[in-house]
Design a protein around this ligand. Sequence first.
Ligand code: ADP
Ligand code: MG
Length: 685
Amino acid sequence: MARTKNKPAAEPKSGNTLADKLVRLGIAREQDLVLHLPLRYEDHTHLCPLAALTPGHAWQVEGTVLNTEIHYRPRRQLVCLLEDAAAQLVLRFFHFYPSQQKALAPGKRVRAFGEVREGHFGLEMVHPSFQVVASGQPLPDRLTPVYPTTAGLAQDALRKLVHRALARNPAYLAETLPPWTREPRRLWTFPRAVLYLHDPPTDAAQAALDQRTHPAWMRLKFDELLAQQLSLKIHRRARARRRAPRLAGDGTLTRELYARLPFTLTRAQQRVIAEIRRDLARAEPMQRLLQGDVGSGKTVVAALAALQAIESGYQVAFMAPTEILAEQHYRKLAAWLDGLPVKFAWLSGSLAAKAKKQAKAAIESGEAQLAIGTHALFQDEVSLPKLGLAIVDEQHRFGVAQRLALRQKGIGDAHQLMMSATPIPRTLAMTFYADLDVSMIDEMPPGRPPVGTRLVSQRRRGEVVERARRLCAAGGQVYWVCPLIEESEKLELQTAVALHAELTTTLAEIEVGLLHGRMKPDDKAAVMDAFARGEIGVLVATTVIEVGVDVPNASMMVIEHAERFGLAQLHQLRGRVGRGAKDSECILLFEEPMSEAAKARLKVIYESNDGFAIAREDLRIRGPGEFLGARQSGVPLLRFADPEHDLPLIESARDAADELLRREPGAARAHLERWLGGKQEFIKV
Ligand code: ADP
Ligand code: MG
């Protein structure tokens, strides 16, 4: 271990040295072991006689091995029969090493710890931890910590490594918080808290430790949150020092758009527009996240921001995650701005080479004031010499890491407006997005009856088809979403084609269209256009329509195998309807049997139309890691603190971060070094 000390974090790789295993646990430096805290504790301080065992609890027992053999039915397993003076117990292992079989030789005295359950032949323990002991070997007098570990690294070995690290270097245990941070919050000192968690004293309250409400845990959770707040605030300060053009605007273009809008802006829209106006007029680059439920009207807000930048003499990049969406923005803006002196560039991967070259030339010469396209194009292909504002639509489709990357890449010191329809609950926003300003559209445009949601079993699919038929006959339009097949894009495509064929036959009098991810962008756009013009009655689509598509006349959405979709996805899909004044409905076709999680999801989506409530439930069901999509992106998540339950601690850490940066930046640096030192990416400024 000593050899890896202070080396930068290595990428997890397939190697299997001790250092590799530790890296898999997030331990890159010896001092990281100090922060590798127990998952839970086992009470090995007393023994339970075999005759006194009750199922459903964890016990420690001791006995002599009567025999140990491998059984093959119903599957290969090691079965060890243990006895003490009065009773017997089976220890059962489905995965085991020859060394374990050898250790459990008849006559050996064994101490085992595990949950006792009722087996076919009396009480048993499955996969207990055990050790061979000498008769009369004293019991530990303290709780035994159980650490998160990885294949091939035994608890005992890990415990030893942790204890060696704790003793090795006093600096590993040094206090990073000054008394004026610690004392008013009644926080334990760092060394006291850390030593307590790794080796709780005899009288420690195990429940408080296991539930992580113990003062020792509170200190460590506070430290972790503080590190996160510090790193976000440092990002933020660095931004405040950078310079962006002041885009105060002269109103020539924005006034025109206001005058042309076919609707009045909601109060919420007006409020966020004012916030953005103010930001754009300042020399500090704006980094604002615009949140608003599906259909709340974010596009017009973006358009007004864009015009303010353009009338100030700068360029605007408007980026969407998919070609379909980018094209839709393009068309909508082109219609709104028709006749105004704004030069557009439409940058699409599917453009013919010549057209693309022209678009790029217009952008790179600064002649095109408003460039619309997908992120990929902007990141890889063009530079914008007079970029004043970058607008990123549907930001939630991109992980936190991409968010950081985008910020660093090319865009330099332009203002940034990120838009998201997946509202982030407040606690998460305070932790993971604390470096952004957030604007919220918390009001829907008037005259939008909520979408009626119905859960319908596959068995009654015929009725749904008839409903679609009647709706189309009356001039309505329907989205019909194909089942999600995550494992295989090919299978998903086949299913889409089959569904299209089926509906083409059953709904013979109706024009049925097909839209999927594998189509050429031109073909996709043609189908989308035909649907928008009302020439297609039923649009069979894979989830390519999930984001942002806007066809107000479509008032029915059918989702096949809704049980396979995530909550956010279902809410997004449902948001495609209910955009006009007509009553809309969303039919969730499900197939039984369903998993508990699937039932829970469908219940939430059935009961709620409120994106925030749904996001909160989503967070509860999936946990913050998956919710943020950060698990893949490699940004460190909170290991100990829980954004849902530790709100007061988050608030306290946020205040402490301000204080510390102001009064003792050296302590802030030391604190960050301890918590994120191996993960430089996150704290780089
Ligand atoms: P999202 O926030 O999901 O991106 P959009 O910007 O696509 O929503 O807006 C959805 C629809 O609502 C569009 O057709 C848009 O023109 C319309 N819309 C936006 N604001 C208003 C408003 N204040 N009143 C009426 N309709 C509006
Ligand atoms: Mg949108």
